[in-house]
Write a protein that binds this ligand. Structure first.
Ligand code: NDP
Ligand code: MN
Length: 385
């Protein structure tokens, strides 16, 4: 066995840790671009609070609030242009995975002279320093190097990540997550589950990432449903925030698999679909495929143990199948039962989606426990339709 594990992100976790944003930011710059979405952080008052906290430490900030869920390269290039015009020296991502992913891509594009899309092929020379302040428990983007962006002309939605894209520091304040509505809590929380499931069972899984996954599974068991049903439950919000970070660290070294490889083209071609809802539609057919792999089956059995619903004498295989039932129950408990068709995917796009999994997310296809080609991927999409 051989593996690499690296993560340079300084994590500040705690209720009201937002208050430290000024002191943290001051280490890196004096002219910050705050990258956020169109409304949630304005409505909850967190954006105004952040601007004031920064000002109190002598940091000027400009707000770019045009980031949409499943962010586009046009939004990112526009923000990078603004950053250059205003001599920005620090990028602060505030929000869910969409603003955080965008902040990393903007930090790269603002340092260079080419459109952000070109960095998929060209290694960037560097990036402006990045600070993440996360508002969903979700993507893990707060602690990893990955960024996901959509090319609206083609529908392609690749993920990429260079070492210069690691945030310098991450602020994880569960109070910010209390304003998430049930559907956002469910879709983003389910993303955490799929990150750990795919990192735990992937070809490049490793013991360090595995231990993070096991802790994240336990936290999900404890608090996912409570977070969905009791938005102000700070213990549940904290558990989910830690699970999100653990999962983000796990996928940084152990990668994702076919569920993510297929979901990216789903929400790339149908940007109104939440990433976690797409994952939910794809998971059962994917698990039914992957369970055929012996190593994956062993890992599924271990996860079933963590979820602890095992009654009577069961073989490893029984337990692995039990996990599929557990996942079905979680989906039903949190209200994520929609198939691809219910989410608005049209059948004539399934072939394009299956092809794009191999062109834009091939590293995830290759990491999947079971090897599959375009034909099998298309079957899987049809089963999830
Ligand atoms: P988004 O950042 O897209 O946010 C989803 C919705 O939730 C938006 O409408 C947003 O509003 C709202 N919202 C966010 N936080 C709050 C809050 N605290 N209270 C109320 N509403 C809130 O969601 P995700 O976090 O799921 O990010 C998804 C993106 O991340 C996708 O593009 C996905 O592909 C990518 N991703 C990245 C990964 C990585 O490793 N970097 C891994 C997995 C996915 P508003 O827009 O107004 O802020
Ligand atoms: Mn994800």
């Amino acid at each position: 066995m051989s593996f690499d594990f690296f993560n340079p992100v300084k994590i500040h976790f705690g209720t009201d840790s937002l208050k430290d944003a000024g002191k943290i930011a001051k280490k890196y710059g004096t002219h910050a671009l705050i990258v956020t979405g169109k409304s949630s952080m304005q409505k909850s008052g967190v954006l105004d609070k952040l601007v004031k906290i920064l000002k109190d430490e002598g940091i000027n900030s400009i707000v770019f609030s045009d980031i949409t869920p499943n962010p586009t390269i046009d939004e990112i290039d526009a923000a990078a242009k603004l950053a250059k015009e205003k001599n920005i020296d620090l990028i602060i991502g505030l929000g869910g995975g969409s603003p955080l992913d965008s902040s990393k891509a903007i930090a790269v594009a603002a340092k260079g002279n080419i459109p952000v899309w070109d960095y998929l092929k060209i290694q960037p020379k560097g990036a402006l320093p990045i600070i993440t302040i996360v508002s969903t428990s979700g993507t893990g983007s707060e602690v990893n190097r990955f960024s996901v962006m959509t090319n609206t002309k083609t529908g392609e939605k690749p993920g990429f990540g260079y070492e210069c894209m690691y945030p310098k520091e991450a602020i994880i304040d569960p109070v910010i997550m209390q304003s998430m509505p049930k559907y956002v809590t469910a879709t983003t929380g389910f993303d955490v589950f799929v990150h750990v499931l795919e990192a735990y069972t992937g070809k490049i899984s490793n013991p360090i990432a595995d231990s993070y996954c096991e802790k994240a599974f336990a936290l999900l068991r404890e608090s996912f449903i409570a977070a969905c049903n009791e938005p102000e439950n700070i213990k549940a919000r904290s558990d989910m925030a830690i699970a999100s970070a653990l999962a983000g660290l796990a996928i940084d070294s152990a990668g994702v698999g076919i569920i993510h490889a297929l979901e990216h083209p789903v929400s790339g071609n149908f940007p109104n679909i939440a990433h976690g809802a797409g994952l939910a539609a794809l998971i059962i057919a994917s698990m039914e495929l992957n369970i055929k792999d012996k190593t994956c089956r062993e890992k599924y059995a271990k996860v079933a143990h963590i979820f602890g619903n095992i009654k009577g004498n069961k073989t490893e295989e029984d337990m692995a199948y039990e996990l599929i039932e557990t996942v079905k129950k979680i989906l039903s408990d949190v209200g994520l039962n929609a198939k691809l068709k219910d989410l608005g995917v049209s059948e004539d796009k399934l072939e394009k989606i299956s092809k794009e999994a191999f062109t834009t997310m091939n590293f995830a296809v290759l990491n999947n426990p079971v090897v599959l080609g375009e034909k099998e991927a298309l079957e899987l999409l049809k089963d999830s339709f």
